[in-house]
Design a protein around this ligand. Structure first.
Ligand SMILES: C[S@@+](CC[C@H](N)C(=O)[O-])C[C@H]1O[C@@H](n2cnc3c(N)ncnc32)[C@H](O)[C@@H]1O
Length: 296
């Protein structure tokens, strides 16, 4: 099947290239609020967030921290709202997100990003479905929020649980998707019983991307191919269109190609284009996809 893929270098808070109800599946992993590596992105994109960090330096108030966290989710919320608009009735949205822990002004705390996104997406109108926990190989537990567990980490009560799971939140827009009886595209997209048993269980134990990835690739915080592969097969049929509004290194588009789905990816950072192109060129499947790059 000849499939079509659009890489749009631009901000997905407005997906003006996409008509209402034109996408069957959205899969993405956004920048994670309150995770340090994404601070500069939020600051660069939302002047209010920069002003709030400066306010925090001056007042050190917990309330200002809460305002920064709210503003970061407001930024992502614009993309969830646009996603709702472009999904078809019955379309599915899959959001990979990790919670964050952080010490600010000497106070260590959890920022439960997954809970905030659930709330925001419900308000937009999405129906929340049971989610998946992506269990990553365990990293060293932390003591007082920094460094490795020290000897004193064996003494109660001041050590912290390590965040070694991320969430894959699942939502539906509207009603169940309808198909004609014995629809050939749907039947040719069926998964096997072992796949169904593994993929529809709640915990996925999968490795992250390799540590040898280039600096730029690491900056894109790619998720493993297997995450996009499973979600595409679970929630779309051949010939559907898959959207990733935070494309990063291009993982979602590359797996859409291999699974004979069309795709659209938005990425704001033009420096990632060579990495995306390299990833797509690595496809050895002879599927000859049509790839278009649109610079806004
Ligand atoms: C966590 S990364 C995505 C990683 C991706 N799943 C992969 O496998 O490579 C988030 C990406 O979203 C991009 N981004 C952030 N805000 C954006 C926006 N409003 N529009 C488009 N891209 C955005 C960032 O530049 C970053 O590359």
């Amino acid at each position: 099947m000849l499939t079509q893929h659009k890489i749009i270098l631009g901000n997905s808070q407005q997906m003006r290239e996409l008509a209402d109800g034109s996408v069957q599946l959205m899969i993405t992993s956004p920048p994670y609020p309150m995770v340090k590596m994404w601070d500069s992105l939020f600051v660069g994109e939302a002047p209010r967030i920069e002003a709030l960090w400066r306010k925090l330096e001056a007042d050190g108030e917990d309330g200002t921290v809460a305002q920064i966290y709210d503003a970061m989710h407001l930024y992502l919320g614009e993309v969830w709202r646009e996603t709702y608009r472009v999904l078809v009735d019955g379309g599915i949205a899959c959001i990979n997100i990790g919670d964050a822990t952080r010490t600010i002004n000497g106070k260590f705390k959890l920022f439960p990003n997954h809970a905030r996104i659930l709330e925001i997406c419900e308000k937009i109108g999405f129906t929340t479905l049971p989610y998946i926990l992506w269990k990553k190989p365990t990293t060293k537990p932390k003591y007082k929020g920094k460094g490795a567990f020290l000897g004193s980490g064996f003494l109660p009560p001041n050590a912290y649980v390590t965040l070694d799971c991320e969430f894959i939140l699942l939502f539906r827009k509207g009603n169940l998707r309808k198909f004609p009886t014995k629809d050939p595209q749907r039947y040719s997209s069926a998964f096997t019983k072992p796949q169904r048993d593994e993929w529809f269980s709640q915990i996925w134990a999968l490795k992250g991307i390799r540590q040898t990835a280039s600096e730029l690739e690491r900056r894109s915080a790619a998720y493993p191919d297997e995450i996009a592969n499973r979600l595409i097969k679970m929630f779309s049929v051949k010939g559907d269109t898959v959207l990733d509004p935070f494309l990063g290194s291009g993982t979602t588009v590359s797996l859409a190609i291999l699974n004979e789905r069309n795709s659209i990816g938005y990425e704001m950072d033009p420096d990632l284009l060579p990495i995306i192109i390299k990833k797509l060129a690595g496809d050895k499947s002879n599927l000859a996809p049509e790839i278009q790059v649109i610079k806004r």
